[in-house]
Design a protein around this ligand. Structure first.
Ligand code: 0RQ
Length: 494
């Protein structure tokens, strides 16, 4: 049926589980049609709002279109859309920021209420009703299993060569009946190549021919290049010390230019036969697969630029041997990440001098994107690395602060902090030792003295007996840098 007819099957108040993970594999026709329907309802004075659950971020046709007409009551588990962000921060839309690996079990347990509709894009449908998944898997298996009604968008713009590249595990169960998840290597197949759906639940099939909106690839800036160099030096050092094998351990790398710079640095180095156990596969990883630096990559989504997608499609048979796409409950599963000993590398907004990391909130209150998979990986990785430029907004913000204004990754889950200034290896260091190396190695020179002064006075206060010396702070001043930025546009007195 048409997208309009399918959109008419979604009602005000419905919870809709949609496909989509970083602008790949999201439904492209029904969400805009639904947005038009919502707009029309609004014009007649009727409220029409739904819950939008996805794999992760999507694209303007989904998040943007629905947020623009005020059609989203609640969004989860991750978004990066400017209109959504504005609405959330204006209090016009609720947002629950959830670890990506938690979503499917939350839905299975019913913590989020009933899933009314699954709206899932696929690449094709076999005659027996099995589904060829698209360029991402996200939570699609869970949506198809649990929704009352299913709407499929069958997008012929996806290459049918994707068939066979998915590994969909149907062995998950709820406690106390859970069994070990038998992934022993990023390439281990444990599931089915197809998604299953009860045909009786399929209320609509909409055909489309619209490519994914692929993110632009911009070359890394100087800070990203420096961060990449520090990480590469560190990995070499770990190999020399016998703490990492020459082919490293499976790598996970977040989205963005810094991640791509690290990957391209690895590609230029002397590495061969590396593996990846990750959630997004960006251009950097595709290039590594092409050159042989990377032997195999497991992910839940392809997140390629137009150029990367062309390369992928031109050589899809080559890549099918080297890539597996898994549901995000498996790509981000703590058990598997811990077993494989993943090296996790993610961006952050700020870190404090003790190593607590904020990945989500600007000045402690405004959501940027969300925690995504960074917590799934950081907490369970063999090595958890967080990176950022040392300053933001032309130096008006220090990304190394006395106290993080919001904490996503506690000091217990953060092993390495890197900026273009240098790298702080926090493993085995107590809090006061950590603050010393973070200030010395990671802070920008224009903020180092102020951080040092804060640290000195916090320790002096503690030595006077009026505070603890384990993690010294000046409580009244701890967030004053953020407050000052909000008031004056700069973190330091000018
Ligand atoms: O804002 O664009 O308005 O100038 O934040 O900053 O430096 O471009 O960083 O694109 O690598 O994103 C943490 C957001 C970093 C990302 C975050 C401002 C800065 C700029 C973006 P402007 P950059 P990146 C895999 C794993 C959580 C999820 C995750 C993220 C904008 O990495 O969302 O890791 N991570 N998932 O100016 C105020 C600061 C700031 C600041 C930067 N300290 N204070 N603003 N900015 N630092 C993927 C998935 O899970 C799907």
């Amino acid at each position: 049926m048409s997208a309009e007819q399918a959109a008419a099957l979604i009602q005000h108040g419905d919870h809709v589980g949609m496909s989509g993970f970083t602008s790949s594999g999201y439904p492209k026709a029904v969400p805009p049609a639904l947005a038009r329907r919502i707009e029309a309802a609004n014009q007649h004075g009727n409220v029409f709002r739904i819950g939008v659950w996805t794999g992760a971020s999507t694209a303007p046709e989904l998040d943007g279109a629905l947020a623009k007409v005020g059609g989203i009551e609640l969004r989860l588990p991750y978004q990066s859309d400017p209109t959504c962000r504005t609405r959330i921060n204006a209090g016009e839309m609720e947002y629950i920021d959830i670890h990506l690996s938690h979503v499917s079990q939350f839905v299975w347990f019913g913590f989020l209420g009933k899933l009314n509709v699954a709206l899932v894009e696929v690449a094709g449908v076999l005659e027996d009703g099995r589904l060829i998944a698209a360029s991402s898997l996200g939570n699609n298996k869970t949506w198809l299993d649990l929704a009352d009604k299913v709407i499929l968008e069958v997008n012929s713009a996806h290459a049918l060569g994707l068939e066979g590249m998915h590994d969909i595990y149907y062995g998950t169960a709820l406690p106390p009946n859970r069994r070990p998840i038998p992934v022993l290597h990023p390439s281990t197949r444990i599931g089915d190549a197809y998604l299953h759906v009860d045909p009786a639940k399929v209320v609509a099939i909409v055909e489309t021919n619209i490519p994914d909106r692929n993110p632009k690839f911009t070359p890394p800036d100087a800070a990203s290049e420096r961060i990449a160099e520090h990480i590469l030096d560190f990995l070499e050092h770990e190999i020399t010390r016998g703490r990492l094998p020459r082919e490293l351990l499976p790598i996970q790398s977040g989205v963005g230019n810094t991640a791509n710079a690290v990957l391209s640095g690895l590609d230029k180095g002397k590495y061969k036969g590396l593996t990846a156990y990750t959630e997004v596969l960006q251009d950097g990883m595709l290039e590594m697969l092409k050159s042989g630096t990377l032997a195999f990559a497991s992910s839940t989504a392809l997140s390629l630029s137009d150029e990367g997608m062309r390369e992928f499609l031109d050589n899809i048979d080559y890549y099918r041997e080297r890539i597996l796409l898994r549901p995000q409950e498996i790509s981000n599963h703590p058990e598997v990440i811990r077993r494989l000993g993943v090296i996790s590398m993610n961006g952050m907004i700020e870190a404090d001098m003790y190593g607590n990391v904020n990945s989500t909130h600007l000045m402690g209150t405004r959501i940027m994107n969300g925690i995504g998979g960074s917590g799934d990986f950081a907490r369970n990785a063999y090595l958890s690395i967080f990176m950022t430029a040392s300053t933001a907004k032309n130096g008006a913000i220090s990304c190394i602060v006395p106290m993080a204004s919001h904490v996503d990754h506690t000091e217990h889950d953060v092993q390495v902090v890197v900026t273009e200034q240098g790298l702080a290896d926090l493993r085995g260091l107590a809090p006061r030792q950590r603050s010393k190396v973070i200030i010395e190695r990671c802070a920008h020179p224009s903020y180092r003295a102020a951080l040092q002064d804060y640290e000195d006075r916090a320790q002096a206060l503690a030595r006077s007996g009026r505070a603890g010396l384990h993690t010294p702070h000046l409580l009244r001043e701890a967030l004053s840098w953020h407050e000052r930025y909000e008031e004056t546009g700069h973190m330091l007195p000018q």
